[in-house]
Design a protein around this ligand. Sequence first.
Ligand code: ADP
Ligand code: 5GP
Length: 201
Amino acid sequence: MDKGTFIVVSAPSGTGKSSICKRFLQAYPEIQFSVSYTTRLPRPGEVNGKDYFFISREEFQKRRKQGDFAESAENYGNLYGTSIRAMKESLAKGTTVLLDIEPRGAKKIKENFRGGAFVFILPPSREELLKRLEGRGHESAEIIRARYDRAESELKEISWYDYVIFNDDLETAVHQLSSIYIAQRCKRSKLQTKIKKFMNK
Ligand code: ADP
Ligand code: 5GP
């Protein structure tokens, strides 16, 4: 079987990335979501092992020392990391992996894994971004401000991403992400086995 591929999505916090990914994954159950490890507390509705693996700082540092993470970064005082084992296993099985990570981590993945589509999601405007951050309603004004301010530095990273999606209308954004996935699957490099079989009759 041809090896799997991956899609990395990044976006300033509050853009709607989780909303898009959730719908996208519902539409394509064959895609494996890369469940990150984090030291942050679960938000209402988040499930351990599904949204994140919620672990202590000590456990995270131990795992990082062991080399368990393909990349890791600190965001808003919490640590986040991508499991290198899960990523490698999924790719070896020929699965498409979806990673929801911020630009510093995304860059590390770009350096260490070949192929893959890097997608940056933008809100329709800065005003709308602030509205969405406030609309989530489960964070302090201080955290909301920190997330909003962080957006400025993250936006600078857009230059090396392959695709950009404006999340104005949610359905359209999901459709655009789906189109990127379908295009990835049609890449010649991902269809070598099938092509070979066809050529050999
Ligand atoms: P992120 O994962 O990027 O931090 P969320 O998915 O949590 O963002 O979305 C932030 C808020 O914006 C949520 O309240 C969500 O319901 C809302 N939202 C997401 N996409 C849209 C959209 N296209 N239009 C209006 N509101 C949206
Ligand atoms: P949140 O706390 O809102 O779920 O995530 C905060 C930020 O951390 C988001 O930008 C999200 O994409 C990023 N993130 C989630 N998991 C990882 C990870 O494993 N590695 C890195 N570098 N960032 C992550």
